[in-house]
Design a protein around this ligand. Structure first.
Ligand SMILES: [Zn+2]
Length: 294
């Protein structure tokens, strides 16, 4: 986010109408604990495997927001290797794969560095995620035990309220419904909604396929269903891919198709922002919005 953006905006910033959900939502004592600097509610939508070509040709709603000046758009090169688990860890902690040591997808041991969910929990904020189970492993507990970990409600965990899935074909519309359910019940300050449909289609049919492009189009239509309400309620919404997808049906290397990702920032915190930050700065961006760096 730009210099001074939050300072400029925070006085007029209005968070959720907590009174509508008794006992939920942002607590005034959180602000008091951080000397009156309110956090903004953040929704991070991670569209796994969305490459630049699909991001720039298939996403009608997000393109309309950008054209109308209601979202900031930019191309962001992912860290390398262009693999999901190392990049999840990067966006959670700001630590690139060579720093975290998580350099391949089969590495399930958590990086000891605190994730953005740890930091939010420790600051007294409410956290939630509708996400692939690797986020449960990286933030909450590892190894994954689906019976124990798939649905969690535990304020002691970094992701307090989680609906995790472990099938790559889990439908994206269900991920958005899971996220909506978490919002309705817990009014989280930080909510991750992580869809695997685009990546799954890319692995099955390659990035140069109707299947892959249509998965991207469907994700954009889901955003068109849900994002207007989020923005109306004052949320800061971040939408990004973690890595791209090659026509070969894989991703890992530095080719633009594999490592360039589209990113959109929408919400009043981003009005003065010229371009999205590098991937290793996404964690810091969320921390700024949540008031964790004050
Ligand atoms: Zn993949």
């Amino acid at each position: 986010m730009g210099e001074g953006t939050q300072d400029d905006e925070e006085d007029e910033y209005d968070t959720y109408a907590d009174a509508a959900v008794p006992g939920r939502g942002r607590k005034e004592n959180n602000d008091d604990a951080r000397e009156g600097r309110p956090s903004m509610n953040v929704i991070f939508v991670l569209l796994d495997g969305l490459n630049i070509a699909a991001g720039e040709t298939c996403m009608g709603y997000l393109s309309a927001l950008t054209t109308a000046g209601r979202a900031v758009y930019g191309r962001v090169p992912c860290e390398l290797p262009a693999l999901s688990r190392p990049l999840y860890q990067c966006l959670l902690t700001g630590r690139p794969p060579l720093v975290s040591g998580i350099v391949h997808n089969t590495f399930w041991r958590p990086d000891p560095a605190p994730t953005i969910f740890h930091r939010a929990r420790d600051a007294g904020l409410v956290t939630a995620a509708a996400a692939y189970h690797w986020f449960s492993e990286l933030c909450n507990r590892a190894p994954w035990d689906p019976v124990r970990d798939r649905c969690v409600d535990d304020p002691g965990l970094p992701i307090m309220h989680g609906l995790f899935y472990c099938n790559d074909a889990y439908p994206d519309d269900h991920v958005f419904l899971d996220a909506a359910s978490l919002r309705l019940r817990y009014r989280p300050h930080l909510l991750l909604a992580h869809c695997m449909g685009i990546d799954d289609a890319g692995h099955r049919a390659g990035a140069d396929s109707a299947e892959y492009r249509n998965a991207a189009r469907r994700a954009d239509m889901l955003l068109a269903r849900w994002m207007p309400g989020w923005l109306e309620e004052g949320c800061q919404v971040i939408v990004a891919g973690d890595h791209g997808m090659h026509a070969d049906g894989m991703h890992n290397g530095p080719a633009d198709q594999e490592c360039l990702t589209p990113m959109w920032l929408a919400g009043r915190a981003f009005h003065d922002v010229a371009a999205p930050p590098p991937q290793a700065a996404w964690c810091g961006l969320m921390a700024d919005l949540l008031g964790l760096n004050d």
